[in-house]
Design a protein. Structure first.
Length: 222
């Protein structure tokens, strides 16, 4: 899965530091982290199934724990609670898209439960579980990539529809719960996972300065 750099959002927010910049910056970085984590998960499963790599069940479980703990329980609900209602209040142009995005949030949570079950079955020795796990992770990743791109386009398209007060409200909401892999979270499990993901980054992603900054928790440059 190719990681997007969210450049269209960065361009939309490049005029001056503002609440809008904070909102778009947080969304872009949280999306980037999720893309990185899912890319690594897919690569690990590919190496297990195609090259006989010994499964690192602890790392696989840590990755799924992160996806459940932040994107599913914090990031998506944060958008449902703050972003979507503000957009609906200002314009009806995006109502159909917002309905679809909320449905995506529910679908992705259901799919993650299935993936977690597949991992348990794989670790328990079910001979067909790895194939199911790989397929369901690929389906989940494809849904999420389409979903993330739609959200990024939405945020860019509504820039002129929202007031300064709207952006300030969104900035407060988006800053309240930050991604534990990029915000210096003190929980031991996320410090360990961040280090393990950095070590697992493939060469192409190691050369991507933005990806490395994201996983180290560095502030983005530029």
């Amino acid at each position: 899965m190719e990681a997007s750099n969210g450049s269209h959002l960065r361009l939309a927010a490049s005029a001056s530091p503002s609440a809008r910049d904070l909102v778009t910056g947080v969304l872009v970085e949280e999306h980037r982290t999720l893309r990185i984590v899912l890319s690594i998960l897919q690569r690990l499963l590919h190496e297990i199934s195609q090259f006989g790599r010994e499964p690192d069940f602890h790392l696989l479980a840590e990755v799924l724990y992160y996806i459940d703990d932040f994107p599913e329980r914090v990031h998506h609900p944060k958008e449902d609670r703050y972003l979507f209602p503000v957009v609906r209040r200002r314009t009806a142009r995006f109502d159909a898209l917002l309905d679809r995005l909320r449905t995506d949030h529910a679908r992705s949570a259901q799919m993650l439960v299935r993936i977690q079950r597949d991992l348990v079955h794989f670790q328990a020795g079910d001979p067909k579980a790895l194939s199911r796990l790989s397929t369901n992770v690929a389906t989940y990743a494809a849904l999420l990539e389409e979903h993330l791109q739609a959200e990024e386009r939405l945020l860019s398209d509504v820039c002129d529809e929202l007031t300064e007060d709207d952006w300030a409200q969104l900035a407060r909401g988006f800053a309240a719960d930050r991604d534990p892999l990029t915000a210096g979270d003190t929980r031991h499990e996320f410090r360990v996972l961040r280090a393990r993901i950095l070590n697992a980054l493939p060469t192409k992603m190691r050369l991507d300065t933005g990806a490395a900054e994201t996983m180290r928790g560095d502030p983005p440059k530029g």
